[in-house]
Design a protein around this ligand. Structure first.
Ligand SMILES: [Mn+2]
Length: 348
């Protein structure tokens, strides 16, 4: 009971701080990190709904555009959203509201580009460079998403939002919490508000995918080869004509720790995905993609959990899978054994 009351008060405090800062502002830029994920995108849109209520004109900025998943979400919900891809000159705006981002590099700009602007940062990451220059920081590391912070502010200010925006908010929270596998201090109050505004879960589950993508996933799974390394890590290998990233994601959902999918294109795309368990054992998708690229004189890179190698080969996809199946498990096992012995050394 006390817990709930104090949380409500803290949301009210955040809301008042936000409101007193932007009250009377003429124009504001709202920006999220590059390749905006659903959390960043929902935060941008919810902040704009709050500001609009108080007569502040807003421009939305999504450096490099929203992510593929974010675009699918907008599509699914039928939300028309205008988001420009580069930061406008700061002199044109009084305020910049940065959401879900801790460092200027994630906005594709330098700190100097923010000089002269009044900066508000709303985020749930560890505070970075941006927070040094902010006039107002609403940074709550105990929140599992930025969307939930913005949603409780909107609720405290009695902001009414339409059903689609509310559903987008639910999706933002689902995305950053791994469909509520983690919850933050505002996750449930925020969902309570969003659902009361007509928000519904938008899952983008496998069963919602278009036929061609589901078919690619199921066919590719039927051709899969598996290897087991470091006791409990499962590596899976397969090939498919297109949708290789979707297939790789699907194999991780199925239970694989490393999914390697030889796909389409020339050069050929090889999608790599890794589970949290693989990361805990020192295996990143990026390193594996780089290794695959080296073997075939291609290029590879990406993120720890999602990466791509572009390789040149005249071989049929099936044979490329064979080659990878014979070489990657050994390499991956060496990485994971190395990571474990490093850990032991550090512990000693
Ligand atoms: Mn986030």
């Amino acid at each position: 009971m006390h817990e709930r009351l104090s949380r409500k008060r803290s949301a009210e405090k955040l809301a008042l701080g936000f409101l007193s800062s932007v009250a009377g502002a003429g124009k504001a830029v709202i920006v999220g990190h590059s390749n905006a994920d659903p959390d960043a995108l929902a935060s941008i849109i919810l902040v704009s709904r709050i500001l609009e209520k108080y007569g502040v004109e807003t421009v939305h900025v999504c450096p490099e555009g929203p992510s593929k998943l974010s675009r699918q979400l907008l599509d699914r919900l039928g939300v028309e959203h205008r988001c420009i891809v580069t930061m406008p000159t700061s002199s044109l705006y009084e305020w910049i509201v940065v959401v879900d981002t801790s460092n200027p590099a994630q906005l594709g700009i330098g700190m100097e580009d923010l000089e002269g602007a009044k900066l508000i940062v709303i985020d749930h990451h560890y505070p970075g460079k941006l927070s040094n220059n902010a006039l107002l920081k609403i940074i709550e590391k105990r929140a599992a998403s930025t969307t939930e912070i913005v949603a409780v502010i909107a609720e405290a200010l009695d902001v009414l939002i339409d059903e689609k925006t509310a559903s987008l908010g639910v999706a933002g929270i689902y995305y950053d919490t791994g469909r509520l596998k983690r919850v933050g201090i505002y996750t449930l109050p925020a969902l309570d508000y969003l659902v009361s505004m007509g928000g519904k879960p938008v899952l983008l589950e496998a069963e919602d995918l278009p036929f061609s993508e589901r078919y690619a996933r199921v066919k590719a799974a039927s051709r899969m080869k598996t290897a087991r390394i470091c006791k409990e890590l499962i590596l899976s290998f397969t090939h498919v004509g297109s949708f290789e990233s979707s297939v790789a994601r699907g194999l991780i959902d199925l239970g694989a720790d490393v999914a390697i999918v030889v796909g389409g294109g020339a050069p050929i795309r090889v999608a790599v995905r890794t589970s949290n368990r693989a990361l805990d054992n020192g295996l990143t998708a990026r390193d594996i993609a780089k290794y695959i690229a080296e073997r075939f004189q291609g290029e590879g890179g990406g993120h720890p959990q999602a990466a791509m190698a572009h390789i040149k080969s005249g071989l049929p996809r099936e044979e490329i899978v064979e080659i990878l199946y014979k070489s990657v498990p050994g390499k991956a096992a060496r990485i994971c054994v190395g990571a474990r012995s490093n850990e032991r050394r550090e512990a000693e």
